[in-house]
Design a protein around this ligand. Structure first.
Ligand code: PXP
Length: 398
């Protein structure tokens, strides 16, 4: 274990996600070229850190982080015993929580920053030595913070493909070709980890025959996208897809326009989720990247949220895109911290996907239009493989 986390304060009081922090620490050890070293982090309250601050640094009052490096000093016996141990970082969660509030960032964001600060001290960086050293440490801290948030240390993002658009072409002629069932098989052979289909109330593209056959033929995972209406819920319960994604559905729209307002329909959606949960079908809620919607989704028992990436993809300039991206990154982190699984999709293409795939909190991307459009020119197999390479490269990062 590269790092150990110990709590001298009640962890449940602050809902700290050990897994997320350990993942980030593993990444930090790797990028700072000490992947085989360990460190220990102790989370305490203000009174304990005040005592330590006074005892070891002769300073009064609480502070946010203290670090005690084992690389300092030249005691050969100690160095031998603690070989490959960098030292201890002590963090007051109470102070970190107050700072997070003030800075309008999540607690994990603040804890990550303090861990990075303490970690750099363990490696010998010291902002108190000179202005130049302070600047050097500050720059590296920011740099590591950015890298950590875009990193992923264990598992690559999955690519699920929405084949509705193949059915849309079929319906334009009202005949049997092209068949979304055949498309799904090609997508899977090219490396898709799942197939998504939206059975709309008006059956404008995917129809009952498609979902029935797809349920038999999909070898990976079938994600049935649907509005929460009575008839479709009944079909889904009989079909038993691997998961369902609830979306808002309007008859006039060309495609799903916005996310579900879960906050406003908690009662109705909770009932639907309960029915699916009873049938063993996990539910994902397609929402805009807003904390209020994430919290509401969590409170009514969703297993996943799918964050709407449409505004990020449609941005007409890079500043707006960056703002939208930050909303997605923050919402994904909030959801992850709450224990929700996080997917994302809508409007993603060969340019916009990499940045979303690199977020370490996102498990799966659902992409349709861009892949099927490209398939018209290069073939479906190649279009899927190209997107899969983008997703894999972005999510494996290092
Ligand atoms: N996710 C959801 C919930 C959707 O409604 C859609 C569109 O059908 C997608 C993902 C895929 O979007 P696109 O076709 O723009 O890639």
């Amino acid at each position: 274990m590269p790092a150990t986390l110990t709590f001298n304060t009640d962890p449940s009081r602050f809902h700290i996600n050990n897994k997320l922090l350990l993942r980030r620490i593993t990444y930090l050890l790797k990028v700072m070229h000490v992947p085989d070293h360990g460190l220990s982090i102790l989370f305490v309250d203000d009174s304990e850190i005040s005592w330590l601050n006074n005892h070891y640094r002769n300073k009064q009052g609480a502070t946010n982080v203290l670090s005690f490096s084992l690389l300092e000093g030249n005691d050969p016996l100690l160095n031998n015993i603690v070989e490959k141990e960098l030292g201890d970082i002590i963090i007051s969660v109470e102070t970190a929580a107050k700072e997070a509030d003030k800075l309008h960032v999540s607690l994990h964001n603040r804890l990550t920053r303090l861990i990075i600060h303490g970690f750099l001290h363990l490696l010998g960086y010291d902002h108190e030595r000179s202005e130049k050293k302070a600047e050097e440490m500050w720059d590296l801290e920011i740099n590591l913070m950015n890298q950590t948030f875009h990193s992923r240390s264990n598992q690559m993002t999955q690519l699920a493909i929405n084949v509705d658009h193949v059915a849309t072409v079929r319906q334009a002629r009202g005949i049997t070709e092209p068949d979304p069932v055949a498309a799904a098989a090609i997508c899977e052979l090219a490396g898709a980890a799942g197939i998504v289909v939206h059975l709309r109330e008006d059956r404008r593209h995917i129809n009952d025959r498609d979902v029935r056959i797809l349920r038999e033929t999909i070898k990976t995972r079938m994600n049935l996208e649907m509005g929460a209406n009575k008839e479709i819920i009944q079909i889904a319960l009989e079909l038993k897809p691997d998961m369902v994604t609830l979306v808002p559905e309007k008859r006039q729209e060309l495609t799903t326009e916005g996310g579900l307002n879960v906050f406003a329909q908690k009662k109705k959606l909770a009932k639907t989720i309960a029915r699916f949960t009873k049938a063993g079908i996990p539910v994902s809620l397609f929402i805009d990247p807003e904390k209020k919607q994430v919290k509401a989704s969590h409170s009514i028992g969703a297993t996943y949220v799918e964050l709407h990436t449409g505004r990020y993809c449609d941005a007409t300039n890079e500043l707006v895109r960056e703002d939208e991206y930050q909303l997605i990154a923050t919402a994904a982190e909030s959801a992850w911290e709450m224990g929700l699984r996080v997917n994302a999709g809508h409007g993603l293409d060969y340019q916009t996907t990499a940045k979303i795939a690199a977020l370490d909190t996102i498990e799966e991307l659902s992409i349709g239009h861009a892949i099927i459009s490209r398939a018209v020119f290069v073939g479906l197999d190649q279009a899927v493989r190209e997107m899969k390479t983008i997703v894999r490269d972005a999510s494996m990062f290092f």
